[in-house]
Every structure is written in structure tokens, then in C-alpha cells.
Ligand binder design. Structure first.
Ligand code: B12
Length: 270
């Protein structure tokens, strides 16, 4: 006999909102059965098959996706607790062979969460909880990578006003794997402090992230005009990433679109 589950349970398994489940049912993509009281019950096998099919990249109505990978990671980020998330991340590391490859897959999951939020399929609360869990899992894994004490140091910070730190959490793991130490200065660090730390001789690279919320190209350009020359004077490499409106081409430093690209750069392959 078919196992039946509630729409809430189906939403949790698929990592989407209940509205999506109802829409998939209305579009006859998954079978639902009505209880005598009129409530929907989803046929679990249909749901699992539907997720499996769409995760392979088969396009399905209402699912925007970067090849299925984003959908899978979005589900994991939104539903797993910190510990199982760590386990899933380690499995992905074993499958892909490097943290930078895992990080780029997770990036797809985060962008998928952004799309769901825009469509009203994920609540702000779910997004906050998922981001927080992911940040904690990534930090624990990065802290677990043994240190030599001789590492070069990369300073990590968001551009002013931007609180999207997850790109830096992903970056930190990639840096640690490549034998670098990461020094977080958090958000809203006064520029003078940032510049004096950069000029202290203890830092070898400054990594800046700007999310899509940093959409003012002139503002980002003005910030780079302050930070870039200071980095040049101190012989510090400057790396920028994230979907923000960075000047293109930037007057200072190098802009990265993925952590794999960054990995090539710090390994001296580009
Ligand atoms: C998670 C998230 C949050 C979390 C952030 C948690 C955290 N600690 O980071 C919370 C819930 C706090 C949040 C808050 C807000 N958010 Co938000 N958020 C997101 C979401 C879903 C994911 C962001 C993310 O981490 N993306 C993944 C990053 C890592 O991918 P990426 O930027 O493409 O970067 C890739 C590479 O460039 C590389 N990389 C990134 N940085 C760097 C740096 C270096 C040096 C290198 C080498 C590489 C690198 O890593 C990635 C690998 O694939 C996005 C959706 C999206 N499309 O990104 C919305 C999104 C960015 N948020 C948005 C908004 C509007 C907000 C809020 C204003 C909401 C509100 N009303 O309060 C606030 C803003 C707070 C602020 N002042 O910044 C909008 C921005 C739209 C816009 N154009 O303005 C987005 C796009 C959602 C949407 N679709 O509308 N958000």
C-alpha cells in the first residue's frame, strides 16, 4: 500500500514550502489523496520519484535550478541540523575531492534558497535558521583542519553595510585546506582599523565579499579606492567575490566568481 504523508512532511522532505507541494499536486506532478476531512495526503513514493527526477536536471514547472544541485543543497541546508549537515558536507568532500568544489555546490543551494524566498516558498525564519546552521557547520569543519602555525594569513570581511557572511565562511574552508589561516574581522569594522591591520605586516591577503544586496557600483568602487591603494602599499593581495556590483574591471585586486577559480589562483595556477 502507498505510504501517505502530510503536505508539511512532504515540504520538509523536498526542502520547499507547503505552497509548492500543493502546486505540484494541482499540476498533477505528484499524487495526493484527500482524507474524509478534506485534507491532502501526499503519496510518498511519487514525491521521492519527483525529487529524484528533478534533481537530475529534468526541468519541471516551477523549479528554477542550477542542474538539480542547487535544489538538493537547498533541501539539505533548510532541513538538516548542524550535526547531520556536517556529515553531509564531509560526504560531499569525499565525493568531490576538495572543499572548493563543495563550496561552489553549496553556493548553488544558497542561490536556490534566494529564489524560493522571492517566490514566497521559504520564510525568512527558515532562511535565517538554515544560514545559521550552515555557518556553524562550516566553521567547525574549518577549525578541525590541523594548523602548522606558519600559515599565511587572509583577513576576511564584508563590504560596509552587507551582512552576507556565508561566502566568507565557504572561503575560510577553502583557505584552510590550502594551508592559509583566516582572520575574521566581522562586519562594520571601522575602515581605519581595517587599514592599520592590513598595514601591520601580519596579513598577506584581504578577502572582501559583497552580496547582491550591495548593488551600488559607485559605492563599491569608492570603498575599493580606499582599500586598494593601502593593500598595494603593504604588498597585500586583494580578493573580491560575491554577486555584488563590483566595478568591472576593478581598479584594484582581483574579482572571483567561484571558489574553484580562487583555488586555482592561490595554488599559483592562474
Ligand atoms: C543567506 C541569505 C541571507 C542571510 C545571510 C546570512 C549570512 N550570515 O550570510 C540573512 C538572512 C541574514 C540575509 C539578510 C538579508 N538579505 Co539576504 N540572502 C541570502 C541568500 C539566500 C544567500 C546569500 C549567499 O550566501 N549566497 C551565496 C554566495 C556565497 O554566493 P555568491 O554571492 O554568488 O558567491 C559565490 C562566489 O562569488 C564566492 N564568493 C563569495 N564571496 C567571496 C569572496 C571572495 C574573496 C572570493 C574569492 C569568493 C567569494 O562564493 C560563492 C560560491 O558559489 C541570498 C540569495 C542569493 N542569490 O545569494 C539572499 C539575498 C542576497 N538577500 C537579499 C536581501 C534583500 C537581504 C536583506 C536586505 C533582507 C531584509 N529585508 O532584511 C537582508 C540584508 C542584510 C544586509 N544588510 O546585508 C537579496 C538581495 C537582493 C538585492 N539585489 O538587493 C537576495 C539576493 C535574496 C533575494 N533573492 O532577494 N540574507
Amino acid at each position: 500500500m502507498d505510504t501517505l504523508i502530510t503536505t508539511a512532511e512532504a515540504a520538509r522532505i523536498a526542502g520547499v514550502g507547503v505552497t509548492s507541494i500543493k502546486r505540484w499536486a494541482d499540476d498533477e506532478l505528484i499524487r495526493v489523496i484527500r482524507t474524509p476531512g478534506g485534507h491532502r495526503r501526499v503519496v510518498k513514493a511519487d514525491l521521492v520519484e519527483f525529487i529524484r527526477r528533478t534533481s537530475k536536471g529534468t526541468s519541471a514547472p516551477g523549479i528554477e535550478d542550477e542542474g538539480g544541485t542547487g535544489v538538493r543543497w537547498a533541501g539539505i541546508i533548510l532541513s538538516d541540523d548542524v550535526l547531520s549537515l556536517q556529515g553531509t558536507l564531509l560526504q560531499a568532500r569525499a565525493r568531490l575531492g576538495s572543499w572548493h568544489a563543495v563550496a561552489d555546490e553549496i553556493g548553488q543551494g544558497l542561490r536556490e534558497i534566494g529564489r524560493r524566498w522571492e517566490r514566497g516558498e521559504t520564510t525568512a525564519l527558515e532562511e535565517h535558521v538554515g544560514s545559521e546552521r550552515l555557518m556553524r557547520a562550516l566553521a567547525t569543519l574549518a577549525d578541525g583542519i590541523p594548523r602548522s602555525g606558519q600559515e599565511r594569513v587572509c583577513l576576511l570581511t564584508c563590504v560596509p553595510g552587507d551582512h552576507h557572511t556565508l561566502g566568507l565562511s565557504l572561503l575560510q574552508l577553502c583557505l584552510r585546506e590550502a594551508g592559509w589561516a583566516a582572520l575574521w574581522v566581522g562586519q562594520a569594522t571601522p575602515l581605519d582599523d581595517l587599514l592599520s591591520l592590513a598595514g601591520s605586516g601580519q596579513i598577506h591577503m584581504l578577502a572582501l565579499t559583497a552580496s547582491a544586496a550591495s548593488s551600488d557600483r559607485r559605492e563599491l568602487g569608492a570603498f575599493l579606492d580606499l582599500v586598494g591603494p593601502a593593500c598595494e602599499r603593504s604588498g597585500i593581495r586583494l580578493a573580491m567575490g560575491g554577486a555584488g556590483a563590483w566595478p568591472d574591471p576593478p581598479k584594484f585586486g582581483k574579482r572571483f566568481h567561484s571558489l574553484s577559480e580562487f583555488h586555482e589562483f592561490i595554488s599559483g595556477r592562474t
